[in-house]
Design a binder for this molecule. Structure first.
Ligand SMILES: C=C(O[C@@H]1C=C(C(=O)O)C=C[C@H]1O)C(=O)O
Ligand SMILES: [Mg+2]
Length: 461
């Protein structure tokens, strides 16, 4: 680091220490600076040396990356998760000393995290390292917007701290994290694959269609699990590298919690707010990709005109529009979906845009949106009840909102699908599908098989 910058960091840390002597509380100080270009995956891999939890977030279509290392503050909530998280986050923002001259979405003070799909469902051991709602303000963070790279340090200072000591630690860790000579670890191979009760799952799809035919329930999303064993411990950086290389138009993410890591490449945006502009997307209705352009177009056409898939999709559109309307003005929703192509499959897609009313937070809106009928069903409570009773797995963070929020109320959340929980040399992968009245269990089973492909492929299946 050059000397003038060094002095700047020291003077901001000093300001923090001075404030603690007045308030008698430890003080969070956040400092962002612009740095030279660095490969986000190298940064993520180098961060292993700090031996702390890492978080990875990327919106591949926009060349946007965010990598968090360690924890300077953790926001956890169980009851009233959204309200409690929002309140704690507002308090942290208000008390923190933030030096961020760039004010870009995702620079400065940022909290990254996620939550369980349904805290009302009994937890299993599988997800024991992941709590109902957990947002982390990392100790160190890289933000990359195209060619611009920013490094943020978040540090708690107390009145007995010495500025030089703090600055030295930051400098040492900065050097470790920005080492460009990192070598990327090798890939794994899947040596065993165990589908969890596929026949019973198809029976559950049948039960769901029965429920739909005989009650006011119109859609229920049912998911299932595949457990794989790997030839060696999975290296998260390599998994992310391969997801980035194969899954365009997606959010590639990793949340490391101790020995476990929740990883995936989801195409489903729940909400983005940037300078008060909201973007949400309805993504539901699925077809495979074709092997030739002709076949691909034919499949897309079929999907677009398919009544069953259109109904799966329309439930989501209606619900999202309704959920955001108390919080937004000028809501715009196209009349018809378009096709959203991914590597292994294609979806029906409808974007929703709006202007957010003043002082509405991301968490206010997520609270209304989650779960959308893309992951829960219609009506919400009845479908959730069915999932709780009949689904053969603990979703944990699968299917739930994951993402980030910054100190300027910008942020983005995706729905955590196309994902898996990696545990050393084993992993649980998850995929689901929207069951409506004319769902065929065998066809839904095949649909989930394609949804497993992105994760199976990168793990070496
Ligand atoms: C539930 C998943 O995906 C959801 C279900 C879809 C469907 O049934 O057509 C499509 C996209 C998502 O809304 C999943 O990928 O696990
Ligand atoms: Mg479907």
């Amino acid at each position: 680091m050059i000397e003038t910058k060094e002095k700047l960091i020291e003077s901001i840390l000093n300001k923090g220490i001075q404030k603690t002597t007045r308030t008698n509380h430890i003080q969070l100080v956040s400092i962002t600076k612009k740095i030279d270009a660095i490969d986000p995956l190298h940064f993520f891999e180098a961060a292993k040396q700090l031996k702390e939890d890492r978080t990875f977030w990327s919106s591949t279509a926009e060349d946007f990356f965010m990598i968090g290392v360690g924890t300077s503050y953790k926001i956890e909530a169980t009851d009233n998760r959204f309200g409690e998280t929002d309140e704690q986050w507002r308090r942290v923002k208000q008390q923190a000393i933030v030096y961020d001259p760039y004010q870009q979405p995702g620079t400065g003070l940022v909290a990254m995290g996620g939550m369980a799909f349904d805290p009302g469902k009994d937890r299993t051991e599988l997800w024991e390292n992941f709590s109902d709602s957990e947002f982390t303000i990392p100790s160190y963070m890289l933000t990359k917007h195209g060619n611009n790279h920013y490094f943020t340090t978040n540090v708690h200072v107390s009145k007995n701290d010495q500025v030089e000591d703090l600055a030295n630690t930051i400098d040492e860790n900065f050097t470790t994290l920005l080492k460009q000579s990192v070598t990327m670890p090798v890939n794994t191979v899947i040596i065993d694959k165990n589908e969890i009760e596929p026949e019973k799952w198809k029976q559950t799809v049948d039960d769901a269609t029965d429920k739909i035919k005989t009650s006011n329930v119109e859609k229920i999303v049912l998911s299932r699990e595949v457990r794989v064993k790997l030839n060696q411990k999975a290296e998260i950086a390599t998994v992310l590298h391969d997801l980035l290389a194969t899954q365009t138009n997606s959010y590639v993410f990793a949340f490391e919690h101790g020995e476990d890591c929740f990883v995936g490449a989801t195409p489903e945006r729940l909400i983005r707010i940037e300078n008060e502009h909201l973007l949400s997307t309805c993504l539901a209705g699925t077809a495979p990709r074709g092997k030739t352009v002709e076949e691909d177009n034919a499949l897309a056409n079929q999907l677009f005109n398919d009544k069953k898939n259109r109904s799966e999709h329309d439930f989501v559109v209606k619900m999202i529009r309704k959920s955001i309307s108390p919080y937004c003005t000028t809501i715009e929703v196209p009349n018809e979906p378009t096709i959203y192509p991914l590597k292994n499959l294609q979806h029906l897609f409808t974007p929703v845009t709006a202007k957010v009313k003043p002082d509405v937070s991301l968490f206010d809106i997520i609270k209304q949106l989650h779960p959308t009928p893309a992951l829960g069903g219609v009506p919400r409570q009845e479908s959730l009840q069915f999932i709780r009773e009949y689904e053969l797995m603990d979703r944990g963070w699968y299917g739930a909102p994951i993402g980030w929020v910054d100190h300027n109320n910008n942020g983005e959340f995706a729905v955590a699908i196309r994902s898996g929980l990696i545990q050393g040399d084993a992993a649980s992968l998850f995929a689901g599908c929207g069951v409506v009245k004319d769902s065929d269990p065998e066809a839904e089973y095949e649909e989930t098989n394609i949804k497993f492909l992105p994760m199976l492929t990168v793990l070496g299946g």
